[in-house]
Structures are given as C-alpha cells and as structure tokens.
Ligand binder design. Structure first.
Ligand code: VGL
Ligand code: ZN
Length: 208
C-alpha cells in the first residue's frame, strides 16, 4: 500500500559509492542513508534517482587544475567552483549506485555533471544556471507536483536540487535523516537557511 499518490515523487540524490566511506568524495556516515531510504521508498509510487556522472577530465576535479588542492574554490565563467577530489567518474564503481539500495520501482535515473566544463549539483539545472537536465519537464509531463528529497550531500546536491525544485514550482520536502552533509566552510547551515527561505520543508523519515 502506497502512502503517496501519483502526484508525489521521491528524489534520491547521488546515493553512490563515491559519496560513501571509501569513495572518492566520502561523506561522513554517507552509507547510513541507505537503510533509511529503503524504509521510506516503498511508500512512493514514483521514484527518481540521480547519479553524479563526470568525465575524468571534469572541471570540478582539483586534479585537473595543476597547483590546486581539493576543497579550494576557483572562479569559473559561471561563478565560484569548489574543487573536489576526483569522484564519480563515468562507468567506475565510484559512480555506481549503492548495491543495497532497494528501489525497484524507480522510473528514471538522471545523470548530471557530464559536461566537462560545467558542474551540476542540482538534479534540475547545471551550475551555469542555464542548462537544464530535463527533470522539471519530465516531472511536469507526468503530473507530479510534490517532491520528497533525500541522499547525498545535504548541503550540495540535495540542497541545490530542493532549491531548484521550488524555483520550478514544485512543493519540496527534505527528509533530513535520509541525508548526510559535506559541511565545508559553513555550507550546511547556509543550505538549511537558503532552503527555509525558499519554502523547502524539512521532515524526518518517521514523520512522513
Ligand atoms: C556532490 C560535490 C560534488 C553531491 C557532487 O552529490 O553533493 N557534491 N559533486
Ligand atoms: Zn560531482
């Protein structure tokens, strides 16, 4: 029995080995989200997954900027860009979704960050803020108006996705215990403040 109807979708952001302990860009306790997601996912008729999916020469990798170190910020034509350790390279185990995720009913996997010169935290819009992933149009075409978001990392891909969801006119709720954060230079507090200001709701898995 589904709790949520056809107008609601669960968006599972970047539940990939690259963001779990041992991955290229490990998030503390990143793997702790998997059983939480497995508990809530059966209640959603509609599930969409995202997958960070970078070419090896991607502009967001510190290794592609001689003299730069991971977690430094550089200026790019579209704005400030954090340089990350190499992660989620297309086709590698690091980019694979966690094997223990149980979401057989998931209908779409949105891959993002595949343009070499543009990063994409958000499931909706790349970091140039102009290039769409197509997700908003897909959801709208299917009559989906309400989104629950979870995954990695709270303060980057989950937050940017939730903010863009609001901009695109969706209701958005972040399931906070089904997320974990990177928390770089206050990014987590800023993300929650930005999300609150744009009308993103916050819930725990026990409450939804
Ligand atoms: C992410 C940094 C770089 C994320 C992806 O999934 O939050 N963060 N690429
Ligand atoms: Zn990435």
């Amino acid at each position: 029995m589904k709790t949520f109807d056809d107008t609601t979708a669960l968006i599972i952001v970047d539940a990939q080995y690259g963001f779990m302990p041992g991955g290229g860009l490990p998030v503390a306790e990143g793997d702790a989200i998997v059983p939480v997601i497995n508990r809530i996912a059966p209640r959603f008729a509609n599930v969409v997954l995202t997958q960070d999916w970078h070419p090896a020469d991607h502009i967001s990798f510190a290794a592609n900027h001689p003299g730069r170190a991971p977690f430094e910020t550089i200026a790019l034509p579209y704005g400030a860009q954090v340089l990350w350790p190499t992660h989620c390279v297309q086709g590698t185990r690091d980019a694979a979704l966690h094997d223990d995720l149980q979401v057989p009913q998931a209908q779409l996997v949105i891959r993002k960050g595949f343009h070499r010169d543009v990063d994409s935290y958000s499931a909706f819009m790349e970091a140039d803020r102009r290039t769409s992933t197509g997700l908003a149009a897909y959801l709208k075409a299917r009559g989906i108006t309400k989104l629950y978001l979870c995954g990695l990392a709270t303060d980057y891909c989950v937050a940017w996705s939730a903010l863009d969801a609001r901009s695109a006119g969706f209701e958005a709720t972040v399931v906070e215990d089904a997320c974990r954060a990177i928390d770089l230079n206050g990014s987590l507090a800023k993300a929650w403040a930005d999300m609150a200001a744009s009308g993103v709701a916050r819930a725990t898995s026990a409450k939804i």
